[in-house]
Write a new protein. Structure first.
Length: 93
């Protein structure tokens, strides 16, 4: 089974693409949390595990954690990240 990792930086509106953001500015949110990401992943139908003590390599000073997604074999990582971002935007409205 494939595991994908989603870092909060992938969805952070305060970061540029070069700094690690992977979604468009329209789908990005300010300071996304691992809890929001995990909830979104579960809404999409996959298993999510939060690892709070991890830090993204481009933000090694910040322990924002990460979410490990299991069971997303049928979609690309980019599709998964886009869907998670869209759910977080919807949750915050």
């Amino acid at each position: 089974m494939v595991e994908n990792v989603i870092w909060p930086a992938y969805l952070d509106a305060n970061l540029s693409r070069a700094e690690g953001r992977r979604v468009s500015q329209e789908l990005a949110v300010e300071e996304p949390t691992v809890d929001e990401i995990a909830k979104s992943v579960q809404q999409i139908g996959y298993d999510a595990t939060i690892e709070r003590d991890k830090s993204y390599s481009r933000e090694h000073w910040a322990d924002r954690g990460r979410v490990v997604v299991r069971g997303a074999d049928d979609s690309t990582k980019n599709d998964l990240v886009q869907a998670v971002a869209a759910y977080i935007v919807a949750m915050r409205e």
